[in-house]
Every structure is written in structure tokens, then in C-alpha cells.
Design a binder for this molecule. Structure first.
Ligand code: FES
Length: 67
């Protein structure tokens, strides 16, 4: 699924960035890691949600691993 229409970036590309770049904490960081810049900004809320989901999943994985 296309996440950023302006830069033709899909969900898979964003997930790869989130998995490989723990330093990415904002939608702007994701764009930078993908080698592009936000244009219209419509994807920014979706990217922010994906960052939150990824952070929550990492926390959950940490708790499961600690058990
Ligand atoms: S959809 Fe991502 S900047 Fe326009």
C-alpha cells in the first residue's frame, strides 16, 4: 500500500526504515531516511501512527523477552 503518494513510498519501505533505524522518531526522519522530503504532508499522520505502532511493538517484545 502506498503511504506517501508524493514520493511513491509504500508501507514496506517505511517498515524497513523503522526496523533498521531505531533513531527515527518523526515522520520527517522517515522521509530523510528514505532520501526524500515531505511535500503535501498528507502522509505525516500515517507515518506518525506507524512510528507509535513500531515503538509499542518494540516495548511489547522487550516485555516478552524479559519474561
Ligand atoms: S503524501 Fe507524503 S508528502 Fe504528500
Amino acid at each position: 500500500m502506498i503511504i506517501c503518494m508524493c514520493n511513491a513510498k509504500n508501507c514496506r519501505t517505511v517498515k524497513q526504515v523503522l526496523e533498521s533505524r531505531p533513531d527515527v522518531t518523526s515522520p520527517q526522519d522517515i522521509h530523510e531516511a528514505m532520501g526524500c522530503k515531505p511535500k503535501c504532508g498528507r502522509c505525516l499522520p500515517t507515518l506518525a501512527g506507524m512510528i507509535r505502532e513500531n515503538r509499542d511493538q518494540q516495548s511489547l517484545n522487550g516485555l516478552i523477552a524479559a519474561d
